[in-house]
Design a protein around this ligand. Structure first.
Ligand code: RUB
Length: 314
């Protein structure tokens, strides 16, 4: 078990949300696999595959994690040394993809935001914040951020924005409809985008989308293409992670026979989404299929497991 110690510890960090947010999780997984590959002496394929499984079993909704592991695991080579080299190259490529995509999304997304606007965001999305920060660099922007119970990722968001000198207001999740008419845009991130253009993001996102639609406020999603779910092309649905009740209610309530449910994410149908800003352009949700087929290079698999076609990545 000693050999897998670092992998297990890394998986624990993802489960406990020390490393969180779909993009960061994906980047972290590529780094962890790269470091692991550097140390393997024998049984390279078996060990890499075991390490991948451990990482994949952490947060089921983050499709970026699956895409990251799949990208790195598409290595080739005859000898252990060749395989190791290829894993390292692929992991570096993926990390580079994560970093450049975020910058590009900021650049593209900010063009859609008029100076003088107020933006509502939910949870803590590095892609959404890339858009907001870039818009604030170019113009005058105010932000409203939800707390995002039960884990309060909104606190990370407001600190991050305040540190950049951006005018930011924290609100409770249930105040979204109260403030919606004062907003000009909603900008959120994504844990996954399905083939039919639905968004899976932090619990509460779909209620916000509903309020935005009612108030006719544009609802914009910032999502790198590795957040798009290839498995949905072959009919699988995205698993919604349900976390421990202790995040929501104290022991006295949990022990009193009250049931507590704690889904971490929800699904926003594409009709509530005006635009998905990706690193390859701002697209309507209806184009999700094209991204999965053309950009991620997937076809409906004939075998059980789908693998990436590496040539389709930049
Ligand atoms: C985070 C969350 C974020 C997306 C996108 O959930 O829902 O909106 O992961 O983030 P959690 P990013 O805190 O449970 O991981 O744009 O940084 O990938």
């Amino acid at each position: 078990m000693g050999e897998f110690e670092h992998i297990i510890e890394s998986a624990r960090r993802i489960v406990d949300m020390e490393v969180r947010g779909a993009g960061r999780i994906a980047r972290f997984a590529a780094e962890v696999l790269m470091r692991f590959a550097e140390e393997i002496e024998k049984d390279f394929d078996e060990k890499m595959s075991e390490a991948s499984k451990i990482l994949l079993n952490t947060r089921p909704t983050a499709v970026s994690l699956y895409n990251s592991v799949n990208y790195v695991m598409n290595y080739s080579g005859d000898s252990v040394e060749e395989k190791r080299k290829d894993v390292i190259r692929r992991a570096r490529e993926f990390i580079q993809w994560v970093d450049s995509a975020k910058r590009e999304i900021g650049r593209i997304g900010a063009r859609r935001i008029r100076s003088g606007s107020t933006i509502l965001t939910h949870c803590n999305s590095s892609a959404a914040l890339s858009v907001i920060k870039e818009a604030a660099r170019k113009g005058d922007i105010r932000v409203y951020a939800t707390e995002s119970r039960p884990r309060y990722q909104g606190h990370i968001t407001v600190r991050e924005l305040a540190d950049e000198g951006i005018d930011v207001t924290l609100i409770v999740d249930s105040a979204v409809r109260y403030f919606m008419r004062e907003m000009d845009y909603v900008v959120v991130g994504a844990d996954a985008i399905t083939v039919n253009g639905a968004l899976i993001n932090k619990i509460g996102t779909s209620q916000i989308a509903l309020c935005a639609s009612e108030a006719r406020i544009p609802f914009i999603v910032a999502a790198e293409t590795y957040k798009f779910s290839p498995k949905t092309l072959s009919g699988e649905t995205v698993v919604i992670e349900e976390r421990d009740p202790s995040e929501v209610a104290p022991e006295s309530i949990r022990k009193s026979g009250v049931k507590v449910r704690n889904p971490a994410f929800d699904i926003t149908p594409r009709r509530y989404i005006d635009l998905i800003v990706t690193e390859i352009g701002a697209i309507p949700p209806e184009m999700a299929y094209v991204v999965i087929k053309e950009r991620l290079g997937y076809t409906i698999p004939s075998k059980e497991e789908i693998t990436l076609v590496p040539e389709h990545y930049d």
